[in-house]
Write a protein that binds this ligand. Structure first.
Ligand SMILES: [Zn+2]
Length: 65
């Protein structure tokens, strides 16, 4: 008998997943660099970037500084 079962309930993560699913409903703006859907709504102002490109841009600006 193994009574010491490591149980890891993560209600927070499941709730976040639920929220992410709800957010995935709306039409998203396309990334201006790779045309992947971003996490911004279509009505976003400026040039939306997907998380990947956003990360790359951030790294590039960090390097060029
Ligand atoms: Zn992109």
């Amino acid at each position: 008998m193994d009574e010491h079962q490591p149980y890891r309930e993560a209600p927070e993560s499941s709730r976040a997943a639920e929220r992410a699913r709800a957010a995935a409903d709306g039409p998203f703006a396309e990334c201006v660099l790779c045309r992947e859907p971003t996490e911004y709504p279509e009505s976003v102002k400026g040039a939306p970037l997907c998380p990947v490109c956003e990360w790359r841009e951030a790294e590039r600006t960090a390097c060029s500084g």
